[in-house]
Design a protein around this ligand. Structure first.
Ligand code: DGL
Length: 268
């Protein structure tokens, strides 16, 4: 592990979803370099077993360590919910997850104590979010709904259209029926669907995108460890395990900036 301030931050997800965290890094950590890894050979993670997801996350972490990263942001709720504990026990590098920041923000936001969660099947089934929300506020009521159709759409760059609108309507109905006033986007792909989701809910709910709070925590941790980069020289690198061309195209649309180079690698 490199302790150097100029070392990059590692960021990973199953695909383009983690770019919703990267977009926030551009705002809050513009002087930090990063290495982004998208495990597009295995996306979506949401229908996979915890063991499989853990295995992927270990391979990715080893790769990011080889790149000399000084910190790793787990920009994937699914991995965060099933592998966080194993990762922090196995590797000597600070990990920042997206779930605790999302939980804290949701609890600050809700006025009626009724919080909805939309996430992948693996995240919902792990109970990680629900337990953390409850442990921090036992009075909170949590309504969780898995949205398996969302990630494949977002990976194709589809964020609008009748099919996804109908799916979203069905996913949100039980949560809205329970009067949730706050809805956590518990998958990093979902913030790209925010305009569509907001049109469906109107002003009834406040959406929580954990990205902002996550990057704020990463910044605080770097500061505390004396690892903030003060050089103006930054370098961003993108790696995928699947198709680099489609990642560059769709990722570029979501980031609203060109992704010039994407390298394909395969992890054992
Ligand atoms: N973006 C990820 C998450 O936050 C993973 C989605 C998936 O691959 O199913 O959960």
């Amino acid at each position: 592990m490199s302790n150097h301030q100029a070392a990059p931050i590692g960021v990973f997800d199953s695909g383009v979803g983690g770019l919703s965290v990267v977009r926030e890094m551009f705002l809050q950590l513009p002087r930090e370099s990063f290495v982004y890894f998208a495990d597009t050979a295995h996306v979506p993670y949401g229908g996979r077993s915890p063991e499989e997801i853990k295995g992927f996350s270990f391979g990715i972490t080893r790769f990011l360590l080889q790149q000399g990263c000084k910190m790793i942001i787990i920009a994937c709720n699914t991995t965060n919910s099933v592998a966080y504990q194993d990762l922090i026990e196995a590797f000597d590098i600070p990990f920042i997850g997206v779930i605790e920041p999302g939980v804290d923000k949701a609890l600050q936001t809700t006025k009626n104590g009724r919080v909805g969660l939309i996430a992948t099947e693996a995240t919902v089934n792990s109970g990680f979010y629900q337990q953390m929300l409850k442990s921090k506020n036992p009075a909170v009521k949590v309504m969780a709904k898995a949205c398996p159709l969302f990630v494949p759409c977002v990976e194709k760059g589809e964020t609008e259209g009748e099919a996804i609108r109908q799916a979203a309507k069905q996913y949100l109905a039980p949560i809205l029926a329970e009067d949730a006033d706050t809805l956590v986007l518990g998958c990093t792909h979902y913030p790209f669907l925010l305009p569509l989701l907001q049109r469906l809910t109107g002003r009834v709910v406040t959406f929580v995108d954990p990205a902002k709070e996550t990057v704020k925590r990463a910044r605080e941790r770097l500061e505390a460890d004396g690892l903030l980069n003060d050089s103006a020289q930054v370098q961003h690198r993108f790696f995928v395990s699947g198709d680099p061309v489609s990642f560059a195209r769709i990722g570029g649309l979501f980031l609203e900036r060109e992704i010039e180079q994407v390298e394909k690698i395969s992890l054992e």
